[in-house]
Design a protein around this ligand. Structure first.
Ligand code: NI
Length: 137
């Protein structure tokens, strides 16, 4: 078994809030991330896939194909967008790093597995101090 990771970057706006809560409660729970006028992050997305090396190519997966999958199904939909308002797979979901990581994993899984490899892990870095990992468990 071998693992390979592709990084892609995007920047996007979001806010953390619940419509069914008061502004005071949103501020209490989500802090400055509840700012009504949005804020943004420069995200780093690391996608790790695993499988066996193809003896003919020496590759686990063609990284051009992996890059294309990530860009088409995830980062092109997120880059320079508002996560709460513009992104189909985040509709009606909380725009937290945790939820975003799970939804990115779910978007990528079928397309990656169509190439005969398994998706191992998503790592989504929101700030230099905060990141989330998800392995589909
Ligand atoms: Ni934020």
């Amino acid at each position: 078994m071998i693992y390979i990771t592709r990084r892609e970057r995007f920047n996007a706006a979001h806010k953390l809030f619940r419509e069914d809560w008061s502004d005071e409660k949103n501020l209490e729970v989500f802090g400055k991330c509840s700012n009504p006028n949005w804020h943004g992050h420069n995200y780093d997305l690391f996608v790790t896939v695993k499988g066996e090396i193809n003896p003919q190519t020496g590759f686990l997966i063609d990284l051009r194909a992996l890059k294309e999958i990530i860009q088409t199904h995830v980062t092109n939909k997120l880059d320079h967008r508002n996560i709460n308002m513009d992104v189909d797979f985040m509709k009606d979901k909380m725009a937290s790093t945790e939820v975003l990581a799970v939804e990115i994993y779910n978007q990528l899984k079928p397309h990656i597995e169509a190439h005969g490899v398994k998706i191992h892990k998503i790592k989504l870095v929101e700030t230099e101090n905060n990141f989330v990992e998800y392995r589909g468990e």
